[in-house]
Design a protein around this ligand. Sequence first.
Ligand code: AMP
Length: 281
Amino acid sequence: MEVIKTKNELRKLLERERQKGKSLGFVPTMGFLHKGHLSLMERARRENDVVAASIFVNPTQFGPGEDYGTYPRDLPRDIRLARSAGVDYLFVPEADEMYPDNSITFVDMEGLTDVLCGASRPGHFRGVMTVVTKLFNIVKPDRAYFGQKDAQQVLIIKKMVKDLDMDIDIVEMPIVREEDGLAMSSRNSYLTASERKSALVISRSLSDARDSIKEGENRAGFIKEAIRREISTEQNASIDYIEIVDAETLKPIERIKGGVLIAVAVRIGKTRLIDNIKLEV
Ligand code: AMP
């Protein structure tokens, strides 16, 4: 595996691969890798001749007062893990390599970006779309891999690729969880031992919601309220949002039917965690 810091170097190496007719899979990440990230890399390894991944904590997707400065970083460990997952080229640019001083162009979207995490984190998805577009233009992958963990993000990326005629297949992978159910996240490293226990209420409330829907409950308001009640039993949990929406449009629904996304964002202590389940009812 080669570790590359500059766009020019990466472009040159990948151009050489493309000229040999190789297919290219790409996994963008912010690093501090865990099994969720590795599942994307391993899938990319199975489906492509060449695999590129990036580790870039993207400043433009963090709002003021968010955790850009403290986001966990461990490059030596990430290099070992990415290599073991079969990555060929690991791109690790600094912020000024990705955003030179005079960068004033952004990618944005209406509607899908205004709800859920977009409502609580204004500008977040503009930052995500801009950096993903830049990475796509540098890497020029055939396929790019994203996790359902960030369900709104992957939906937005799929729509962006379609709207802007980017010739890239977007592959979505299921959420990888710890054995006790907590969705894996680099941000879990912020949790104290007791917060880690409290955080379990998030996945538990979602799987309880899934159970009651299986038993026939179809009132979104009722399910939302049950989730709210369950999460509120944890003293250090504060709810950012609980939403039940159409899985394609992200519009709120009243009756649970068809493709449904139940998405939550909860602060445990100071750490904001997200989780979701998708159902076909
Ligand atoms: P991040 O480094 O958090 O920006 O995530 C990079 C990619 O990994 C995104 O496509 C995420 O959706 C995906 N990802 C993060 N956590 C998980 C998880 N627990 N399971 C599956 N994919 C994940």
